[in-house]
Design a protein around this ligand. Structure first.
Ligand code: HEC
Length: 105
């Protein structure tokens, strides 16, 4: 393999790192925000032995449930508090990302 000059490597690293800030233009924002959710939620849509999997749920269903948790319309042990940490735009981004990871049901 041909070695790249160190300056080129550093420049590439700096460029790829410039998108880390959570802006609307960050292509990884959905994945990064959804990483919070999959700490608890199962990522296998067919395995319901742990906390309900979100992968495989439709975008609209995730958004609706998050809004219900956030407004305390739906009682829960911890999702009420957690949902309050996200604004509408973030919930949309998370739901869109999660729904894109599996077939919606
Ligand atoms: C600390 C663990 C934890 C994290 C992190 C977490 N959840 Fe949950 N989630 C739960 C639990 C537990 C429930 C069951 C309801 C309850 O008791 O809060 C749940 C329920 C849900 C439900 C309802 C599932 C159903 O079928 O009714 C949705 C939707 C949901 N979470 C979305 C999310 C999203 C989106 C995120 C990331 C922003 C997230 N959760 C992060 C633990 C977690």
């Amino acid at each position: 393999m041909k070695h790249l000059p160190i300056v080129t490597v550093l420049t590439l690293l700096c460029q790829s790192g410039s998108g880390v800030a959570a802006t609307d233009h960050d292509p990884n924002l959905g994945r990064n925000l959804a990483a919070i959710c999959v700490n608890c939620h199962n990522t296998n849509p067919h395995d319901t032995s742990a906390i309900e999997p979100l992968v495989g749920m439709s975008r609209a269903k995730i958004v609706k449930k998050m809004h219900a948790f956030r407004s305390d319309e739906k009682a829960a042990t911890l999702m009420n508090q957690l949902a309050k940490g996200f604004n509408d735009a973030q919930i949309e981004i998370i739901a869109t990302y999660l729904a894109s990871q599996g077939r919606a049901k």
